[in-house]
Design a protein. Structure first.
Length: 133
């Protein structure tokens, strides 16, 4: 849309990536300027970003690396909309619960069983959870 083009053209690196024909730069600018829909009502923007973050789940055949990128992007948009940061342990659990049942169902079951019955400890932050998965 013309509005989207205008937002991208206002990006700080627009002159560089438009002259160098840099598709990665363009994509980064689109991500930076289009993280979430905005309205003139700040509370609504926060709510939309919160809903989008809470709805992020891994696709049936999506690679975990791609999912982690989408998860991080949604979390950045959540924070950029004015929502408070999520505690490290809670963020790790959000990631854990958003993993695909198809790909990570056994991992999730084994992790929960190990914590419940074997004295294991859940990963304490997102990085540890990602590494465990």
């Amino acid at each position: 849309s013309p509005e989207s083009e205008d937002l991208v053209k206002r990006h700080a690196d627009y002159a560089r990536f438009s002259e160098e024909d840099d598709p990665k730069g363009l994509l980064d600018a689109i991500y930076a300027t289009h993280q979430y829909e905005t309205t003139s009502i700040g509370r609504m923007d926060k709510k939309k970003a919160r809903d989008r973050f809470n709805a992020v789940t891994q696709g049936h055949y999506e690679l975990i690396t791609n999912f982690k990128d989408r998860f991080d992007f949604a979390y950045d948009a959540y924070k950029d909309a004015g929502n408070a940061e999520i505690d490290d342990e809670d963020l790790a659990m959000d990631f854990f619960n958003a993993l695909s049942e198809h790909q990570f169902g056994v991992f999730r079951t084994n992790m929960l069983d190990a914590v419940a019955y074997q004295g294991a400890v859940m990963p304490e932050n997102l990085t540890e959870m990602y590494a465990a998965a």
